[in-house]
Design a protein around this ligand. Structure first.
Ligand code: FCB
Length: 444
């Protein structure tokens, strides 16, 4: 695809990518909005979770976050100033429908309409995620995603959002990272609602996929000109050695993280090896569910941060490998490997969009500047890895940096900074990091 000499990290420019390739930045509602008790927003599972002692590393919550709910206009100016084509944000279900069922909250829908129109006025495409983990608390009280009813309610909520925003939104993702909102949340207990029950986790994962499947046609009906898809967190799970027990462990880890979601969506079946490994914990899959779940997507959103190195006696980052402030290995080649593998293994793979990629580092502001050379290098090397995947023939249409600005990093609170823009929480002042300046230059 790129026939010219291969760029270096320093010469890399957007013109190295195909014409029409979309570049953006991403955020999510609970991580930036704040205003948790304003204009009729109802409580979400993250409000509840944060209020439980010991759940969040710094004891914080999203009640103020980046105060984006009030500062949205200045934030949209900031986004436009970066020169990006697109902005990916999520709609908070409890802001739009406070109880998760029943009446809509006009003020909530109005907020997302202002955001959408504000982006269009600045020539930035709105890309919406309908669910980025902030489930209305009343739905959790009824069992959350492990209760099939939630899937049907999600489709109603999705229909209401798509009916209001319509084709002004360029792309709708139903869900962000269903592995996180099921396994990480119901089995590992690290995210809201903080449960530790594998049977419920697998029921939740199936409920999420069903919710996606039911919402997709609603989005298409109300926004026929928009792209409709789903976002998964994926990463290669490689074996720590070639000992058969390590290879088997890595294969199962790949099955649990990647194939458990990819196979139903792109093949209409759960992976048999993982299904068998789950024994009595497997979900109740009803007649017709998998046909619905496997309906064609306009795009698959891929969030890529790192790979996993897995052995029978546990995994971990290889000794001496570079890591981010999250302790995640910096491994750009994993992005190329992942994308070429998707293309090889899934004949029905739709066009791919990298909906998140980025890194946390312990940034400091001094003299009005934030020097983050490691993040600049992270972005550059991952964009180069993406070029390699394009060269190998993978159909990738866009790339979104995570994140526009520092924000509430879930169970880690405000201690982990992923932004291209630095946020000074006491004053809410925003400062472009060197990485934001680099991205702007790259896009120019
Ligand atoms: C992803 C989430 C996003 C952010 C990044 C660091 O799993 O989608 O909200 O927390 O990780």
């Amino acid at each position: 695809m790129t026939q010219t000499a291969r760029p270096t990290p320093d010469t890399l420019r957007r013109t190295d990518f195909p014409a029409g390739f979309t570049f953006g930045v991403a955020t999510s509602s609970y991580q930036i909005e704040g205003a948790a008790n304003e204009d009729g927003r109802g409580p979400s599972i993250w409000d509840t979770f944060c209020a439980q002692p010991g759940r969040i590393a710094d004891g914080s919550d999203g009640s103020v976050a980046c105060d984006h709910y009030h500062r949205w206009e200045a934030d949209l100016d900031l986004i436009a100033s970066l020169g990006v084509d697109a902005y990916r944000f999520s709609v908070a279900w409890p802001r739009v429908q406070p109880s998760g069922s029943g009446p809509m909250n006009a003020a909530g829908l109005d907020f997302y309409e202002r955001l959408t129109d504000g982006l269009l006025a600045r020539n930035v495409q709105p890309h919406v995620t309908l669910y980025h983990w902030d489930l209305p608390q009343p739905l959790q009280d009824a069992g959350g995603w492990a209760n099939r009813d939630t899937a049907y309610l999600f489709a109603e909520y999705g229909a209401a959002v798509a009916a209001r925003l319509g084709d002004r939104v360029r792309s709708y993702a139903t869900l962000n990272e269903p592995w996180c909102s099921s396994i990480l949340s119901y089995e590992i207990g690290h995210h809201a609602p903080g449960l530790r029950d594998r049977r419920l986790a697998l029921a939740a994962a199936h409920g999420l996929l069903l919710g996606h499947a039911l919402a997709l046609p609603e989005v298409r009906r109300h926004a026929p000109g928009a792209q409709a898809g789903i976002v998964l967190n994926l990463g290669p799970q490689v074996s720590a050695s070639d000992r058969p027990e390590d290879v088997a462990a890595a294969r199962l880890a790949d099955g649990r993280l990647n194939r458990w979601f990819l196979d139903p969506l792109l093949r209409g079946e759960y992976p048999r090896d993982v299904w068998e490994a789950c024994g009595p914990d497997v979900p109740d899959v009803r007649e017709g569910d998998l046909d619905l779940i496997a309906a064609p997507l306009d795009f698959l959103g891929v969030n890529y941060y790192s790979r996993g190195v897995v052995g029978a006696s546990g995994g971990g980052v290889p000794a001496g490998a570079p890591v981010t402030d999250m302790g995640w290995e910096i491994y750009p080649l994993g992005l190329t490997d992942l994308l070429t593998r998707l293309r090889a293994d899934y004949p029905k793979l739709p066009p791919v969009v990298i909906t998140e990629n980025g890194a946390a580092f312990a940034d400091e502001r001094s003299g009005g500047q934030v020097h983050d050379p490691q993040r600049v290098a992270y972005l550059q090397t991952h964009l180069m890895a993406l070029l390699d995947a394009l060269d190998a023939g993978v159909d990738v249409r866009g790339y979104f940096a995570w994140s526009l600005m520092d924000n509430f990093e879930w169970a880690f609170g405000y201690g982990k900074r992923f932004g291209l823009v630095y946020v000074d929480y006491p004053t809410q002042e925003r400062t472009l990091k060197d990485s934001a300046r680099w991205y702007r230059q790259f896009l120019r």
